[in-house]
Write a protein that binds this ligand. Sequence first.
Ligand code: NAD
Length: 250
Amino acid sequence: MKHVLITGGAGGIGLAIARKFNADGARVLLCDVDDSALARAREEMPAIIAVRCDVSRSEDIAALFDTLTQEFGTLDVLVNNVGIGGQTLPAETLPVDQWQRVLDINLTGTFEVTQRAIPLLKQTAGTIITLSSAAGRFGYPNRIAYSVSKWGLVGFAKTLAMELGSFGITSNAILPGAVGGERFDRVIAGRAQLSGRSLAEEIEIGMTAQSIKRIVQPGHIADLALFLTTEAGRHISGQMLCIDGDMQHS
Ligand code: NAD
């Protein structure tokens, strides 16, 4: 039986990944900062463990791993899903504390969680899956901190693949494009506010960047994450896995 840790797992893509692994018979521990989303996840999936942890707080991460050690004592899969977009503003006016907040959660939080997970993953020859973004291979105007963090996570996943390959650990970055759901709605609303265009116009503009003009759903990302833990998937390491309908630009 697989033991899986998912950061930011009580909503959006993380929750879809939790559902997928839970349905596949894995034991899932997810962490999040949103108490009501955690409660909803527990209610929906009584078998999972859902704990409060802000990944930008080292003490929260230490407590998370205390829980994980007590409840699981082992770890097969780490899903570094947590990520915030930050404010939609030009670089020129983005407050430094907003820039820092995005990097603290998306990069440093993910680093600290992974650092604590590595000794456990070495014992199981485990799998590390890190959520980057299309913003991690293109620029992303008015979201500079987010784009920087997502480019950083590509290097993060690649470096871990190289450092940990001799332990049988695989590490890959998943780069979704526009994924359906609340976050997608917020991004479109932010763009529309800046451009003065309607929501429908912004969605149409977004789709012109893709060869396949369909919005990827969170469940599709979850299917890819699950595949990376299969025997075939565990031959894949150090890759940027784009799941974006062949996006050509941001
Ligand atoms: P989301 O905002 O819907 O969910 C993220 C979850 O993380 C939320 O439940 C939130 O409460 C939690 N969270 C926020 N700050 C936290 C913190 N400090 N500590 C712990 N948990 C925290 O996001 P999503 O759309 O599901 O995205 C998940 C991942 O996929 C992110 O890394 C995101 O950058 C990436 N991604 C998303 C899209 C998309 O279109 N949705 C596209 C590309 C990449």
